[in-house]
Design a binder for this molecule. Structure first.
Ligand code: GLU
Length: 419
């Protein structure tokens, strides 16, 4: 969706980012043009019987950006403001993410325009199953593998897996990731996005010589990534989380928030707002707090040329996809803010999705510690390749990450004879 405040089209952002990297790398013009667009996109119209007996028509998409390095991979979003351009951008970002993390997958993304908050469980199940029925022949462990994203969950993945298995006439665990543990899910998948981000923050702090213990952080967004980032920032880094937010508002307490207390309040009231003893602040104030780490973990395009000059965080850890615009990247870099770009920072999610597929394929499941160990190795390797490319080319981290990823995808395309 477009962030209404910035009115920035995420697909334009994604194309601009690629254009900047291509210019630095001297990328072949044909390859550049090919990578600016998805290889394939599907638009579907889905009728769903609602609880009141009427039929409602939904629109959905699946975009397959590039599968030169392996099958397309990426989540499915349920959101009332979903647009094809957002899904295109997100699919493209998945191509770079899987390449940077060096996992043998490509980039895809899906979305349905719907408001899951106003739908019953039965309606959501019928919508999820119908989406898979319409797209089934384009999906599969060797073609395109969906996963959870904004407002989709392991429960929704379970329905999708079941529908796909029915279509194929056999169990198909490897066709969907982010599944519940009892249905071929992987240990460590639920907090993998946040855990990967926290590992990157630790690497960044080491590099900058920053001592994070006792320092302060703010988290914008309190979904899967944001809430687990709160838990793990406290547990693994000893950070104090002084501000959190969700779609209803932002709260602040200089003494720091307890993860378990915020979660209990959210479960009870449906929001982090009105937490006892916390002050209400605006999103602008949250983003501009004097903190060691700022975690954007909500919508796209929240850090723009307008607010970037006022950001005081030392590290920005992008758990959300597309939270910073290209103009803001340059401003932050010039101001000495160390930004860990989405491609790397939230890549823990898809990395453990890949582990899930591997475990599904050989029917043997790892202990949680094993998943953590392997995730840490992958995140650290990707962090250092980004860092090295940024240093070599004297560019900001996002461009460094792009250069590594685009080089890897271009190499696979060349070997396949696509140019
Ligand atoms: N939706 C997540 C992302 O944006 C995870 C994708 C996946 O696990 O395939 O990276």
């Amino acid at each position: 969706m477009y962030n209404m405040l910035s009115n920035q089209n995420p697909f334009k952002t994604a194309q601009t980012q690629l254009d900047e990297a291509a210019a630095i790398m001297g990328l072949d013009p044909a390859i550049h043009e090919l990578l600016r667009w998805p290889l394939r996109e599907l638009h579907i119209t889905i009728p769903v019987r609602m609880d009141n007996g009427t039929t409602q028509i939904f629109h959905g998409f699946r975009v397959q950006h590039n599968d030169a390095r392996g099958p397309n991979k990426g989540g499915i979003r349920f959101h009332p403001d979903e647009t094809i351009d957002t899904v295109r951008a997100l699919a493209e970002w998945m191509t770079w993410k899987t390449a940077l993390l060096d996992i043998p997958l490509g980039g895809g993304k899906g979305g349905i325009i719907c408001n899951p908050k106003t739908m019953s469980t039965g309606e959501l199940e019928r919508l999820s199953r119908a989406y898979i029925r319409q797209l089934g022949s384009f999906l599969g462990p060797d073609k395109d593998i969906p996963a959870p994203d904004m407002y989709t969950s392991p429960k929704i993945m379970a329905w999708m897996l079941d529908e796909y298995s029915i279509m194929r006439g056999q169990n198909e665990f490897g066709a969907i990731t982010g599944k519940p543990l009892a249905l071929g899910g992987s240990a460590g998948r639920n907090d993998a996005t946040a855990r990967g981000g926290i590992l990157c923050v630790r690497e960044a702090a080491d590099l900058l010589g920053l001592n994070l213990a006792g320092s302060r952080a703010a988290i914008q967004g309190y979904g899967n990534a944001g809430s687990f980032a709160h838990k793990l920032a406290v547990e693994l880094l000893g950070i104090k989380v002084i501000a959190v937010s969700d779609s209803k508002g932002c709260i602040y307490n200089p003494e720091g928030f307890l993860y378990s207390a915020i979660m209990a309040h959210k479960q009870q009231t449906g929001s982090v707002t009105e937490f006892p003893g916390a002050a209400a602040i605006s999103q602008k104030e949250l983003l501009e707090l004097d903190v060691s780490v700022l975690f954007p973990a909500a919508l796209e395009s929240v850090i723009t040329a307008q607010n970037a000059p006022a950001i005081r965080a030392k590290i920005i850890a992008e758990l959300a996809n597309g939270s910073t615009t290209p103009e803001a990247d340059t401003i932050l870099h010039n101001n000495g803010v160390y930004l860990i770009p989405d491609l790397l920072c939230n890549g823990g999610g898809v990395t453990v999705s890949w582990f899930e597929m591997v475990q599904n394929a050989y029917g043997y499941y790892w202990e949680e510690e094993e998943v953590h160990k392997r995730l840490e190795k992958k995140m650290s390797a990707a962090f250092h390749s980004m860092q090295e490319a940024a240093k070599t080319h004297k560019v900001h981290n996002r461009l460094g990450a792009y250069i590594v990823a685009v080089q890897r995808v271009a190499e696979a395309m060349k070997l396949r004879g696509w140019y």
